[in-house]
Write a protein that binds this ligand. Structure first.
Ligand SMILES: [Zn+2]
Length: 203
C-alpha cells in the first residue's frame, strides 16, 4: 500500500471556460490556502495575469509556486513552431510583469494537450520548460458538480494514487472554492502539501 504522505495541489489560473462563475473565486482559494498554511502550484495563463495582475501578484507574494499555462489557452499542438514560441514568450512576459517571477521551468499545456507531442515537448524544452501533468482530476469545471462530490473524488483519487499525487484543480469554479476546505479538513492531519518542485517524480 502506497500511502499518500505528500500531495501537490495544482490550480490552473485562467479565464473561465464557462459562462458564469462566482466572482473572486481565485481570491477565496488563496484565502483558504493561507488559512491552512499550505503552498500550492499555480499554472498561470498569461492573458489572465494581464487581466488580474493583483491576484497574480498575490499568488506569488503568498509563496505559491508559479508555472506557465500558455498565453491564449490554445491547443498547443495546433500552433505552428513560431506560434508556439510566441505564445510561451507572451505568457512568460505577462507573468513576470504581474508577479515578478519567472515561471520557468514549469509549464502545463491547456487541457494537457501536447504532453505526448514530440514537437510541442521539444519546443517547451528548448524554451527551458518541462511539462507538468496530473494524476487526479475531478471535473471541478462541471457546473453540475457539487463541492461534496468534487471533494470526495479528490480524496478518493489521492488515496488511490498514493504518495506524490498531483491533483488538478481550477481557480474559477465555485465548486472548487467550496470543495477545497472539505479536502483539507479530511487530509490535513496526515498529509504534507508540497509544490511540484518538491516532487520525486513529475507527471
Ligand atoms: Zn487551462
Amino acid at each position: 500500500m502506497n500511502e499518500p504522505r505528500s500531495v501537490a495541489l495544482t490550480f490552473d489560473a485562467e479565464h473561465p471556460d464557462r459562462p458564469w462563475c462566482p466572482p473572486g473565486a481565485a481570491e477565496r482559494i488563496l484565502d483558504v490556502l493561507a488559512g491552512a498554511g499550505i503552498r500550492a502550484t499555480f499554472f498561470v495563463q498569461g492573458r489572465w495575469a494581464e487581466a488580474y495582475p493583483g491576484t497574480a501578484r498575490r499568488i506569488a507574494d503568498e509563496g505559491h509556486l508559479i508555472g506557465n499555462h500558455s498565453h491564449h489557452h490554445a491547443r498547443m499542438p495546433l500552433l505552428l513552431d513560431r506560434g508556439l514560441q510566441e505564445d510561451m514568450d507572451a505568457a512568460r512576459d505577462a507573468i513576470v510583469r504581474a508577479t515578478g517571477r519567472d515561471p520557468r521551468p514549469w509549464f502545463r499545456c491547456p487541457w494537457g494537450a501536447g504532453d505526448e507531442d514530440p514537437r510541442v515537448l521539444a519546443a517547451l524544452a528548448a524554451a527551458g520548460y518541462r511539462h507538468v501533468g496530473w494524476h487526479v482530476e475531478v471535473e471541478d469545471w462541471e457546473p453540475t458538480r457539487t463541492p461534496e462530490a468534487i471533494a470526495a473524488d479528490a480524496i478518493e483519487g489521492i488515496r488511490r494514487h498514493g504518495d506524490g499525487t498531483v491533483l488538478l484543480l481550477h481557480t474559477w469554479p465555485g465548486g472548487t472554492v467550496d470543495a477545497l476546505p472539505l479536502v483539507l479538513e479530511e487530509l490535513l492531519g496526515g498529509i504534507r502539501f508540497i509544490t511540484v518542485d518538491a516532487l520525486a517524480e513529475v507527471p
